[in-house]
Design a protein around this ligand. Sequence first.
Ligand SMILES: *Cc1c(COP(=O)(O)O)cnc(C)c1O
Length: 402
Amino acid sequence: MPGAVPGESAWSGGTAIMGEPTPEGRFGEFGGRFVPESLVPACQELEVAFRSAWSDSAFRSEYHAILRDYAGRPTPVTECHRLSERLGVRVLLKREDLTHTGSHKINNVVGQALLTRAMGKRRLLAETGAGQHGVATATAAALFGMECVVYMGAVDVQRQALNVFRMRLLGAEVRTVESGSRTLKDAINEALRDWVASVETTHYCLGSVMGPHPYPWMVRQLQRVVGDEARDQCRALLGGADPDYVVACVGGGSNAAGTFAGFADTDAKLIGVEAAGGAALARGIPGVVHGMRSHLLQDEHGQVLEAHSMSAGLDYPGVGPEHAHLAAIGRAEYVEAGDVEVLAALRLLSETEGIIPALEPAHALAWVARVAGAEIPAGSSVLVTLSGRGDKDVAQVMEILG
Ligand SMILES: *Cc1c(COP(=O)(O)O)cnc(C)c1O
């Protein structure tokens, strides 16, 4: 396959674990493309563009060059000596916190901005809840000299004033959504309405492995750089072996999908950690939302429930369809972490390693800290993806911990 990266398996008819989905965009019974008729051509155009770009070595080289020279890749894998001694298992961290903008989100938006240019479009559209994906999209738009419009619910605009200001500094237009509950799901509706009207010039930049085909597959491929790098780095540290456990937090599921993709064909146990208040896989039921069939939190009438987590990045009632599939076939396991243990884990990593994690990956660390020496046998090696740095969360953590 032209331009293939090490560790990536070739297309194999949709049957390989974390290979390509079916032509309908299905991962097992999940995924698909549930969109209004008017958006089908846009999804098809994107699929064709991505398929061609991803098999084009010039596109892949440019994508990797930008990630290297602008975003600071490859990020290191750090061996945590003091934390490992404390927990009795060998902890390795994949350091997405060290990227430009401080999280894995940059990998996705750089790829989608490049695709936007390849499709001859010049406007990026995004919706954002807490603002992090909006800031990432605005960053990529500035880098590529593109127009950027971000829809955000009025309630979130109030709560996330600093991120709204960041987006504006980066040259993006933030449109406040006053309809409905004035939060993320209303912002999604408005962004979709805009896209229907502007699809000729505009790319809808989705923030995680969600939505209609090809987004879940495309975003996973744009994030697999995390897992592909980590696999080689772990082998160098572990004498050629793979880690026993590979652990990542799951909001929509993009950092976890990107990480898992690098280890899907190894013997590593793959563990996704959801926030207890947003555990779509642990507690949700299958249904269709936001263009895809997946697991989601809903009541007995099929109404989507609001997720509640102190961690903004995990505060989403659904999860990417490929995770629903990985859970269904037993290749990955999904667990939960609660606020109290998450704060303790944030403090533990800060004190033992001098690394303040974002609240989202602190969920992954909390699970490891809870089960180290029990469900994870003593002496095991555990790779945790540190999806982002804690700077954005310290004010909130200070309010809680005092
Ligand atoms: C946005 C975000 C997440 C959640 O998104 P996924 O798609 O589940 O990866 C996790 N960690 C950080 C630091 C984030 O910014």
